[in-house]
Design a binder for this molecule. Structure first.
Ligand code: SF4
Ligand code: SF4
Length: 115
């Protein structure tokens, strides 16, 4: 698992100067993190990832997940959380939708079988 720099980065260069492993790379004004070098700051004197901790933006530096849906929910929760202040909006929406959908299927199957 590594951190990644997003389009919200304002190129302040802070993360480059604090990264203990030299994982922050800079190409022009574009910053990115070399996942081969990023250790999440584990094994260093730091207790939290320095790039994320020091970034002056809200989501300029975020934890990258390997799981597609985990990443999808994390991204949309951040966006929706900003708009609604409800961090788990999409999980609750999905749970509710799944429950209603399975109720409809069971009802439909019951009608077909005449139960
Ligand atoms: S988590 Fe730590 S090692 Fe990884 S890029 Fe950020 S500062 Fe560097
Ligand atoms: S600290 Fe944040 S805003 Fe500054 S260069 Fe790094 S990712 Fe971009």
């Amino acid at each position: 698992m590594a951190y990644k720099i997003t389009s919200q980065c304002i190129s302040c260069n802070l993360c480059e100067s604090v990264c203990p492993t030299g994982a922050i790379k800079v190409e022009g004004s574009r910053h990115w993190i070399d996942s081969e070098l990023c250790t999440d700051c584990v094994g260093t004197i730091h207790t939290v990832p320095q790039c994320k901790a020091g970034c002056p933006t809200c989501d300029g530096c975020v934890k990258e997940t390997n799981d597609y849906w985990e990443s999808w929910f994390a991204k949309y929760n951040r966006v929706v959380g900003k708009l609604t202040k409800k961090q788990d909006y999409w999980e609750r929406w999905f749970d509710c939708y799944s429950q209603k959908f399975s109720e409809q299927i069971q009802k439909h199957q019951g009608e077909i079988l005449g139960v």
